[in-house]
Design a protein around this ligand. Structure first.
Ligand code: PMP
Length: 407
């Protein structure tokens, strides 16, 4: 048994060492965004202090340094997800832009009237709406894969939905609203058996365990840097090479072209074909530093630590009384979504905030599953590796107070 030293890791996160509303900050909104370690903050600051310049211009020393760091970060991310090649790692603004790119570009090339796209009923809006937009433009349909009361995808229902008209199955690896870990190996195998492609939304799983795109055999993988200790406004779309080669550019501009003339423009090679304009250079470098940070951790021990936090928090919540867990998949990450029988989630969130405790309340951009459960939203406490038992104790004290004031 390896013990995870959460206190030592916590010390690397300057933001956590502060008081909020007169109380030590208890940050339990990690599914919305994780905090950044000193090493990531430094990597971004150093780039702006010493190397800031435009990339791929090769005109001078600073530009060479910036390009080296920028492409070095791409190589780090490619190795991190075991991509066949760095050319298959496209920089995006985040998960949302990754899905939009795949839906708009792959969809434009491959979807036609009568085709079907399946997404799970508990998807984040960013893995529903882009598919609806492209489907609407070409006469395809987007249909939900049913999810049961526990928050588990119904694989028998998926079998019944799958036929040769299904061209894409786009699913989250982990639900941000409920914490459910989806059986993606089975989903990918089933989709491939009818010839459908699979996009995996790894926004909520990338921080928790190692992903290997070749082993997963997903066709696309999308995730955001800011949910894995990196900066906001930065993310990745990985795609299989033959798919990326078959897709038209997403945006036009500088960098994505080989040559431009009014007689006809020739597009650049991968990954640049999909990277129009000056990119988020500092963001890429920060994401590379986040990969370094994660690879310096004992991830198994971190995962065990988070599981233990979840178990302990769920037990304590049940013991408080008056609260009900939403999403009880037997296979969950450390996300605790719950409602109270005496108050609205927003009111509970406000009382917690007054005590320096940050949680998320609302529908978590997953309105369809909230509608299915007949809820306007939930309170969501989501844990990361720098959270400790003391955070759970503070949360429980906060919830006791909420009960006292609101019940
Ligand atoms: N998918 C899931 C499962 C998410 O949790 C999120 C962020 N809450 C997104 C997609 C969207 O990510 P971003 O806002 O970073 O683009």
């Amino acid at each position: 048994l390896t013990l995870f030293d959460a206190q030592a890791v916590r010390a690397e996160f300057p933001i956590l060492q502060q008081q909020v509303n007169g109380h030590p900050l208890v940050y339990l909104d990690n599914a919305a965004t994780t905090q950044k370690p000193e090493s990531v903050i430094e990597a971004i600051a150093d780039y702006y202090r010493f190397d800031n310049s435009n990339v791929h211009r090769g005109a001078h020393a600073l530009s060479d340094r910036a390009t080296e760091k920028f492409e070095g970060a791409r190589n780090k991310v490619a190795a991190f997800i075991n991509a066949e090649s760095s050319a298959q790692v496209l920089w995006t603004r985040g998960t949302t832009e990754g899905v939009n790119l795949a839906a708009a570009s792959w969809g434009r090339a491959h979807l036609k009237a009568g085709d079907r796209v399946l997404v799970s009923a508990m998807e984040h809006h960013s893995n529903i709406v882009p598919w609806q937009m492209i489907a609407e433009s070409c006469g395809a349909q987007v249909e939900p894969i049913p999810v049961d009361d526990l928050g588990v995808i119904d694989l028998d229902a998926l079998d019944a939905l799958l036929d040769e008209r299904v061209k894409m199955v786009s699913v989250g690896h982990v639900s941000n609203a409920l914490g459910s870990i989806n059986p993606v190996d089975e989903i990918i195998a089933k989709a491939h058996a009818v010839g459908a492609k699979v996009l995996l939304d790894a926004a909520q799983s990338i921080a928790h365990w190692s992903l290997d795109v070749q082993q997963l055999d997903c066709d696309f993988l999308v995730f955001s840097a800011h949910k894995m200790f990196g900066p906001t406004g930065m993310g990745v779309l990985y795609g299989k090479r033959e798919l990326l080669d078959s897709m038209p550019p997403y945006q036009g501009g500088g960098e994505m072209i080989e040559s431009v003339s009014f007689a006809g423009t020739v597009y650049n090679k991968l990954p640049y074909k999909f990277e129009a304009g000056t990119p988020n250079i500092a963001g890429a470098i920060g994401m590379g530093a986040a990969v370094d940070f994660i690879q310096g951790l004992d991830r198994q021990a971190a995962d065990a630590h988070e599981k233990q936090l979840l178990q302990s928090a769920e037990l304590a919540l049940n013991n408080l009384g008056g609260f009900r867990l939403v999403g009880c998949s037997p296979n969950k990450v450390a996300v605790m979504s719950f409602v109270a029988d005496f108050a609205h989630p927003q009111d509970i969130g406000m009382i917690l905030d007054q005590q320096g405790i940050a949680v998320r309340t609302g529908n978590h951009c997953a309105q369809p599953i909230m509608d299915q459960y007949g809820l306007p939203g939930t309170v969501r406490a989501s844990f990361s590796l720098y959270n400790t038992q003391a955070d759970i104790e503070a949360l429980m004290q906060g919830l006791e107070k909420a009960k006292m004031f609101l019940a």
